[in-house]
Design a protein around this ligand. Structure first.
Ligand code: ATP
Ligand code: MG
Length: 405
């Protein structure tokens, strides 16, 4: 018997209510796996023999989040839990999600349709593990292995190819031999998968502590050939694999890819992955600071312009590219330099555009922006104190060229 952790205990009343109504209910999926691995668990998923309508009869507050797949969100005592009816899947069309979902009453059948043995373990409210596919053995031997025949399972849903290597990246597991062979054979099926689903897995892959291993498998199995851009390139991955990329997070790894790939149209390359535009902007900004950093040392002004977070990321990518092993020391130094900056954002400047116009008795215009920038530079370079009277003195001593309209 297993001692449940806090998140399971909070969800236990949901299981108990389903049981009291005569149904079976278990914790399933990633939470059970991560719990057995002593990893932090996030969302707790519940599988039950009750159909969606039966679930809705039991709980007064529910949301139909995916009723056609059997998933109901149960709101209970201020929390929400995904409850999914046991189901089998069939009629996979075009190597994608199943065409037909059949609700069933058997837990084992439900576990059987799951992708990997480590993801096919159920945990009862009493702390009993139901593990018909030897998921625990796979956890102990640190193996990613499909439930059943890997060729069939990848043909049913080719997204599982990506899922296999993102679990490698998150868990540091090896891929079981047959499963590995089929990653290679079935890689071309990824063409049929919507890019958004591939990207969701890629983001997790790049965020994993073992991203190096995962990218190595993507290269070896040709999975990378079915990615839309950037890491789509053999040389890009090969070079990345010679670098200490483990220290980079997801966004930093996109920046590295843009750099290694010598991307000519960054926006286009990143858009092919359908990344959110905010993220594309961030990656682009970081990339430009990286190019600058590769040629220069940080100055007060560049540090200020980048901001602390971007500067740290850029420095990490810089040390990765140069295979330097003193990242921590460099980041500490950067922090001290950043703290020493006279100002950290525009709003800290003891002057604004209205004041400039008043002091000089001039109509506001583009000159204000230029002058504020000049003052900003001088403050950062310690050529001018960030003090209103000092700034005013300087402003009034300036010969300002008259503006042509
Ligand atoms: P994470 O910790 O990232 O959420 P997870 O294992 O919970 O990982 P989910 O995508 O949340 O992954 O899926 C929950 C469970 O549903 C999985 O553990 C697995 O049992 C099953 N599952 C998810 N996607 C598939 C798929 N494509 N094919 C088969 N089973 C799947
Ligand atoms: Mg999950």
């Amino acid at each position: 018997m297993i001692k449940l952790n806090q998140l399971f205990i909070e969800a236990l009343p949901v299981i108990r209510k389903l049981e009291a109504a005569g149904y079976e209910a278990y914790f399933v999926g990633g939470a059970v796996r991560d719990f057995l691995l002593n990893r932090e668990i996030h969302d707790v998923d519940i599988a039950t023999s009750a159909t969606p309508l039966e679930i809705k009869e039991i709980f007064s507050s529910t949301v139909d989040v995916g009723i056609e797949h059997g998933t109901i969100l149960v709101l209970y005592k201020g929390q929400s839990f995904e409850v999914t009816t046991f189901r089998s899947e069939s009629n996979y069309v075009d190597y994608r999600r199943p065409g037909t979902v059949t609700f069933i009453r058997s837990l084992e059948e439900d576990l059987k349709r799951r992708d990997f043995t480590i993801n096919a373990i159920a945990l009862s409210g009493d702390g009993q593990l139901i593990d018909p596919f030897k998921g625990q053995e796979a956890l102990e031997s640190k193996l990613i292995q499909t439930v059943g025949n890997p060729a069939d399972r990848f043909e049913e849903d080719a997204l599982r190819l990506m899922r296999a290597i993102r679990f490698v990246s998150q868990l540091g597991f090896k891929v079981e031999d047959n499963t590995m062979q089929e990653l290679f054979h079935k890689a071309p099926l990824l063409q049929h998968i919507a890019i958004e689903r591939i990207t969701a897995e890629m983001v997790k892959l790049l965020s994993g502590a073992y991203n190096h291993q995962a990218l190595a498998i993507a290269l070896k199995t040709n999975i990378y050939k079915y990615w839309p851009s950037l890491y789509h390139n053999q040389a890009t991955i090969q070079t990345a694999l010679t670098l200490p990329i483990q220290q980079l997070n997801e966004v930093e790894l996109w920046v590295l890819a843009v750099y290694l790939h010598k991307s000519k149209d960054i926006k286009n390359d990143l858009s092919k992955w359908k990344l959110p535009s905010k993220k594309i902007k961030l990656i682009t900004t970081m990339y430009h600071f990286l190019l600058w950093r590769l040629e220069n040392d940080w100055t007060s002004y560049s540090l200020y312009s980048a901001g602390f977070k971007i500067a740290c990321s850029v420095e990490k990518i810089f040390t990765t590219i140069h295979k330097l092993n003193d990242t921590d020391r460099r980041l500490k130094k950067l922090k001290l330099e950043y703290e020493k900056l006279k100002i950290h954002e525009r709003s800290e400047m003891q002057v604004n555009g209205t004041e400039l116009a008043q002091w000089l008795n001039r109509e506001p215009g583009p000159w204000i922006k230029n002058m504020l920038e000049e003052i900003e530079q001088m403050i950062l370079d310690s050529r001018l104190q960030n003090e209103k009277m000092e700034i005013r003195k300087w402003v009034q001593s300036c010969q300002i060229p008259s503006e042509k309209n």
